[in-house]
Design a protein. Structure first.
Length: 472
């Protein structure tokens, strides 16, 4: 009875076609893209404006239902799908798909204002058309949406040079739990008037409010890129190479990705036309990109000189520079296809961790040893954004071993002063683990914030942080 009223009220608020209940139509919204997390929902709604979003929230809250905002559903921690643990409450999935206008690209203020459902790639293209760079870039950018990127504080490949999403957001528009629309869509670089409220909603995984629009910083478009695929003997050499290149080329190094040979093998064996860029096998590789924002610089020569002096010091065994846009894209495809190739191979335990850059070699050696000795069938594969200390230490292993493997890896990360989530977030996958690795004061503050901003726990229940401590 209650559900029927909820549907009727949602249809009154949004119109018939914006409320979907057909099981075939809504099933893709109920499961994450890896097929790892799933739940049930009464319906999927598609608001077109912040005002319609506010009506959805008010209606759901009035009916005691929970809302689950969902962007491109490209997340890796189950944060955007309904949970089974919503205390038996009715759940409404809010698709951002139709909230998809680019409101403004402002090349004088260097700002783009987009709605939450805009595909990240479309936002990059709109900025590019005005001669500006939106630097957030990740493998899923062709389907990830800006709202999801903000709500998960996404990282990606350019964090080394431009920072993560948190550093790039200037303002937000957010629908609050009481249905109010907070207009914090400012374009200011400096605003010292108290708490930086927008930061609360960035990386909050939709638990404190629903982001409906975002103002993001833009940068000058680089005039040229040099992309190089480098064989390195080990992770220690990779870290030393990073610092060597930075000493010589400064912050023109925008990306510096570490790739273990096993990852390359996965891609080469499952991606059509993928080719090994180097003739000799190496245990580790770095894919680095240098870009020049100054006109007329020949950075290929500078990069070649730097790589030659790195080779003399033993940091580099071989390297090749992309000589065309097509070759540059090929190199990046080898890196970006790792996640899909891993999924095609079978189940994996994903560990998106960060540690101080200098400790990455120690972490990789210890984690590999610890996992192989306790789980002889498991295959660790490591890759990631080594330039900002973010390693994806994934382990190809049956789902039944995921939890035990996770404990081994996360305890090690924690002993090295690292974080159990560098960029993917907590979602459902790490919500039970968070109290083991986060200090009590932080957890209490997080719970208080959640209760203050969403007293009825209507936003994305069961994700990120449990409102009450778990009983032992
Ligand atoms: C990536 O950097 O490709 C993803 O964040 C990593 C992953 O799928 O584990
Ligand atoms: Zn990543």
């Amino acid at each position: 009875m209650r559900a029927r009223c909820l549907l009727r009220d949602l249809r009154d608020a949004l119109g018939e076609t914006a409320v979907k209940t057909d099981p075939n139509e809504i099933s893709p919204y109920l499961v994450d893209w890896r097929g790892r997390y799933s739940g049930t929902a009464e319906c999927v709604v598609e608001p077109r404006t912040a005002q319609e979003m506010a009506r959805v929230v008010k209606t759901a809250v009035a009916h005691g239902a929970a809302v689950v905002p969902q962007g491109g559903n490209t997340g890796l921690v189950g944060g955007g799908v309904p949970s089974n643990g919503a205390d038996g409450r009715t759940q409404v999935v809010i698709s951002m798909r139709r909230l998809n206008r680019i409101r403004e690209v402002d090349p004088l203020d260097n700002v783009i204002v987009t709605e939450a459902g805009v595909i990240l790639k479309h936002a990059q293209e709109a900025a590019g058309a005005m001669g500006r760079l939106l630097p957030i870039s990740l493998a899923a950018e062709g389907s990830a949406q800006v709202g999801g990127v903000v709500s998960t504080n996404a990282g990606g490949i350019n964090v080394l040079r431009y920072g993560c999403t948190r550093d790039l957001v200037l303002g937000l528009e957010v629908v609050m739990a009481d249905g109010a629309i907070w207009n914090g869509l400012q374009k200011l670089r400096k605003n010292n008037t108290g708490y930086d409220l927008k930061q609360l909603f960035i990386g909050a995984e939709g638990t404190l409010g629903i982001v409906t629009a975002v103002a993001l910083k833009l940068f000058p478009l680089p005039h040229s890129h040099t992309t190089t695929f480098i064989a390195v003997p080990n992770p220690d050499a990779a870290v030393k190479l990073l610092r060597h290149l930075q000493a010589e080329l400064g912050d023109s190094i925008v990306a510096f990705e570490l790739v273990q040979r096993a990852c390359l093998d996965l891609v080469l064996s499952s991606v059509k036309d993928a080719r090994d860029p180097l003739s000799e096998r190496s245990p580790w590789y770095v894919l680095a990109e240098v870009s020049a924002t100054m006109k007329g610089l020949s950075i290929d020569d500078l990069v070649e000189d730097s790589l030659a002096s790195a080779a003399e010091q033993g940091f580099v065994s071989d390297a090749v520079l992309a000589r065309s846009a097509a070759q540059r894209a090929e190199f990046w495809r080898l890196r970006e296809e790792i996640t899909d190739a891993e999924r095609r191979y079978g189940p994996s335990a994903k560990h998106d961790v960060s540690i101080p850059v200098s400790l990455i070699p120690e972490f990789l050696a210890k984690a590999d040893d610890a996992v192989r000795s306790r789980f002889p069938e498991a295959k660790p594969i490591a890759f990631g954004h080594v330039g900002d200390g973010n390693i994806h230490f994934n382990v190809l292993a049956p789902v039944s071993d995921t939890e035990a493997i996770g404990m081994v890896v996360y305890d090690l990360v924690s002993n090295l002063g690292g974080s159990i989530s560098a960029e993917h977030g907590i979602g459902l996958s790490k919500v039970d683990l968070l109290p083991r690795y986060k200090d009590d004061i932080s957890l209490t503050l997080m719970r208080q914030l959640r209760l203050t901003l969403d007293p009825l726990q209507s936003f994305n229940p069961g994700k990120l942080v449990h409102v009450r401590p778990l009983e032992n």
